[in-house]
Design a protein around this ligand. Structure first.
Ligand SMILES: Cc1cc2nc3c(=O)[nH]c(=O)nc-3n(C[C@H](O)[C@H](O)[C@H](O)COP(=O)(O)O)c2cc1C
Length: 343
């Protein structure tokens, strides 16, 4: 059975990829993910603030006394607390790239265009097989227009594309007015892959202390629906590969994402919850499903349930919204609608 796939121009032995998490923040962790069967590993993100903090510390030690990035220094936690400082990050990337047979993709979370560019160049030099741009931006300034936010994303992609030659993936926010149009623009700007979607962590309130508290929770399979929808809509419509990220817990989610049209399926929560050995369960489950259904290659099933391939493309549109509401079953709390067949 041929499970191979191409993702951001990289040949993968199968579609299941380890997405950024503390598991991919150390050399040991990356090697364990490879041993456990990941087809590629995306490292934990390196934050521009870390690099800047290190530079500022160096400048203070050397006596220049400038707090060039005072704002970030005040909100970014002491980088001693973060698993990797920038030098360690690049060293880990260098060693992992030398030792791993599978692609090691580095992840950047930048702030300024120059920061994105500098870090991207360092990561390319350290041997990254590709880069993932983790643009994590919450437009808290409420006068900022949607167009300005879109331009900010596009500027980053263009700037990094001009600066490096390795394949680029962009981890996208789902909060654009028109995800499809933005996907086309990122495609034109030179992104080799789009990862749908970034999981933005919203703060919670502590009612006892009346404090805003950061909360990070692991995902559940119900969360695949939004990326599943957009992957189905974008498959075969843009050049860039599609990476699915969100809510994978079992092989069922892996199969669904591939049927929608994903070239790679990424997982973090499931590995944190069940251990890295769960990678084998996901890949074996995919293989078993294909065997039972009579498919011999991942390429055969990729996109079979994308909007372009299903018999009823309205299934993704307004008509089905009304049908879904009509068929809500209060006993099972599940909306039953007529299924949509694969053509
Ligand atoms: C503890 C933790 C740390 C994470 N760190 C990063 C990171 O450094 N960079 C990044 O792009 N995503 C990071 N993520 C997000 C994951 O890569 C992934 O996109 C998200 O958890 C959704 O996938 P999942 O449903 O498989 O968990 C992190 C997630 C968790 C739970």
């Amino acid at each position: 059975m041929d499970l191979s796939t191409t993702y951001m121009g990289l040949e993968l032995k199968h579609p299941v990829v380890a997405s950024p998490s503390p598991l991919s923040g150390t050399l040991d962790g990356i090697l364990r993910l490879e041993d456990a069967g990941a087809a590629a590993v995306v490292m934990l993100s390196l934050f521009e603030e870390q690099v800047q903090q290190q530079t500022d510390t160096m400048m203070r030690i050397m006596g220049s006394g400038e707090d060039g990035f005072a704002e970030s220094l005040s909100y970014f936690p002491d980088y001693d607390d973060y698993p990797l400082d920038p030098d360690q990050y690049l060293e880990t990337l260098r060693r992992a790239s030398e030792r791993c047979d599978v692609p090691v993709i580095a992840s950047i979370n930048g702030v300024t265009n120059q920061g994105w560019i500098d870090i991207a160049r360092m990561m390319q030099q350290a041997g990254a097989s590709g880069l993932e741009l983790n643009i994590y931006y919450i437009p808290t300034e409420i006068t900022l227009s949607g167009r300005a936010v879109e331009d900010l994303y596009l500027d980053v992609v263009r700037a990094v594309r001009d600066a490096v030659s390795v394949p680029l993936a962009l981890k996208l926010s789902p909060y654009f007015s028109s995800v499809g149009d933005m996907a086309k623009q990122f495609d034109a700007a030179g992104a080799d892959a789009l990862v749908l979607f970034n999981r933005l962590y919203r703060p919670d309130f502590d009612l006892e202390r009346l404090q805003v508290v950061p909360r990070i929770s692991l995902s559940t399979p119900a969360e695949i629906r939004l990326p599943l929808l957009w992957i189905s809509l974008l498959h075969d419509r843009i050049k860039a590969s599609l990476g699915a990220s969100h809510g994978v817990d079992s092989a069922a989610e892996v199969v669904k994402y591939i049927l929608a049209g994903a070239d790679a399926v990424m997982t973090t929560s499931a590995l944190l919850r069940h251990g890295v050995e769960h990678l084998a369960t996901l890949v074996d489950g995919l293989q078993q499903w294909m065997q039972v259904k009579g498919y011999s290659s991942v390429r055969q099933l990729k996109g079979l349930m994308s909007q372009r391939r299903i018999s009823d493309p309205d299934a993704f549109e307004r008509a089905v919204y009304i049908r879904t509401l009509e068929h809500y079953d209060s006993n099972s709390a599940v909306a039953k609608t007529a299924g949509t067949a694969v053509t």
